[in-house]
Design a protein around this ligand. Structure first.
Ligand SMILES: *Cc1c(COP(=O)(O)O)cnc(C)c1O
Length: 466
């Protein structure tokens, strides 16, 4: 098989996969040891023919593939991948550009600059914000908080990149009690300590309470870093940024907003008010592989203080001469050096959708989430635990005869996952076990919701009868 035949065959395999994505079970029971047996064995001494490699790979992974890009995957907060973004991602692999620096790929630098301008415009942010394209929300949070750490310590005369944290003046980190786990992961990697934080209580929907933040701040003398959130991964709720912002400003603190999926509502006139004043935040996290529906791995970090952002990510080497300021150096804004050109897929998605296209995905997903909640709530054994403000629905199932609703809910979730019509995971919400449904995929239609709701309710009945 020639190289050309190999790549054409691969395209056919990809198209076959996409063609059956809508109809295949979303997930099934998998046997990990069987996957290992099919894929593994001793590493070949002399290699194998590429077409055999391809066949074995495709057959070997098949039982372990989850239809996350399909229309009825509602787990975590997971987008699919728009075909145009897959096309651009294919080319990114073929072009094999190293997005590290301008000399390695002027194309990747130009694309990232265009993405920066488009995203800031789309989300109503300042066009002056610096932007890095990282692997996802986790690294976006990491990078943003590194920039915050730099800025806050620099103001008190400490260069943290050069001197480290030993002996540094203290800063206080305040998070929401509901901050995403990756905020704490970022803090632990940055030497700020995941437990050395003040967690601000939230309301019933998981929104940070501004009054509680205000009282907490009264007790603090040090510089402050406040981590707020636009889009709670359980309820979809938004912290009241407009109330939090003046409190942080008053203290010359740094406000970070983790808007991994929620920030996309800024593209929609209907939902924009939920992120009022988020554009004033010092740093913002946005994931493209969630609601923008591009392939993994694709997250954005946006920072108002460009100098702090760059200082936190700086690289210094004798052999490396940076390009003049008239061009973009991608590595200035991310922790990595060599990396794939993640900008192509984002560029393609934004070009294809335009502003109204992004808004339409957001609005459709929110409408579909409400539709799902309405279908399910019609059953007296179902409780919807959250206000369905955007695309997230928390569902609890109650046994008819009374008894443990936590266990019952877990059993229904297991049944839904086994059934394979759709996929939704479990979560704990304010001490209660719940099924979490996130509608984030560009291809989900009303019929998918109707079919999935029916499947969930029949799983409920099946569990009830056992
Ligand atoms: C998904 C998510 C993250 C983590 O993003 P990854 O892309 O998985 O690294 C962080 N914060 C929020 C609010 C999220 O929804």
């Amino acid at each position: 098989m020639t190289d050309e035949e190999l790549l054409r065959k691969t395209a056919d395999i990809a198209l076959d996969y996409l063609a059956q994505l809508k109809d295949r079970p979303v997930a099934g029971t998998v046997d990990f040891s069987m996957l290992l047996a099919n894929l593994g064995g001793p590493l070949s001494e002399s290699g194998a023919d590429p077409s055999q490699v391809l066949n074995r790979l495709v057959a070997g992974v098949a039982p372990g593939l989850v239809a996350t890009p399909g229309p009825r995957y509602f787990g975590f907060v997971t987008g699919g991948a728009l075909p145009i973004s897959v096309a651009a991602e294919w080319l990114a692999s073929v072009w094999d550009q190293n997005a590290f620096s301008y000399v390695l790929s002027p194309a990747a630098a130009a694309i990232e600059e265009v993405v920066r301008l488009w995203v800031t415009e789309l989300l109503g942010l300042s066009a002056e914000m610096s932007m890095g394209i990282v692997t996802g929300g986790t690294m976006a949070n990491f990078t943003a908080l590194a920039a915050a750490r730099h800025a806050l310590l620099q103001r008190v005369g400490w260069n943290v990149e050069a001197q480290g944290l030993f002996g540094a003046p203290e800063i206080t980190v305040l998070t929401s009690d509901e901050s995403h786990i990756t905020i704490f992961a970022a803090l632990q990697m940055l030497g700020l300590g995941r437990e050395r934080v003040i967690r601000i209580p939230t309301d019933a929907q998981g929104r940070m309470r501004a009054d509680a933040l205000q009282s907490a701040l009264e007790q603090i003398q040090t510089p402050i870093l406040v981590c707020a959130q636009a889009g709670n991964v359980n309820t979809g709720a938004f912290d009241p940024i407009a109330e939090i912002l003046p409190l942080v400003r008053h203290r010359q603190g740094w406000l970070h907003v983790d808007g991994a999926f929620g920030m996309w509502v800024a593209a929609s006139e209907r939902y924009r008010d939920l992120v009022q004043q988020a554009e004033q935040a010092d740093s913002i996290t946005v994931d493209c592989h969630k609601w923008l529906n591009v392939p993994y791995d694709s997250g954005l970090v946006l920072v108002r203080d460009r100098a702090a952002h760059q200082a936190a990510m700086t690289l210094q080497a004798a052999y490396y001469v940076p390009s003049p300021d008239t061009v973009r150096e991608n590595h200035n804004w991310v922790p990595e050096s060599s990396r794939r050109a993640r900008g192509f897929a984002i560029y393609a998605a934004l070009s294809a959708l335009g502003k109204t296209g992004v808004a339409a995905i957001v609005e459709r997903c929110c409408d579909l989430a409400k539709r799902m909640a309405t279908h399910l709530a019609a059953n007296p054994q179902v409780q919807i635990l959250n206000e369905v403000v955007i695309n997230q629905v928390l569902v609890r199932f109650v046994p008819i005869a009374g008894g443990d609703a936590d266990e019952f809910t877990a059993a229904v979730i297991r049944q839904v996952q086994k059934d394979g019509t759709c996929w939704a995971g479990g979560t704990m919400w304010q001490g209660k076990h719940a099924m979490r449904i996130s509608v984030s995929n560009w291809s989900t239609q009303e019929a998918d919701i109707d079919r999935s709701a029916a499947a969930i309710l029949s799983c409920l009945n099946a569990v009830e009868e056992v």
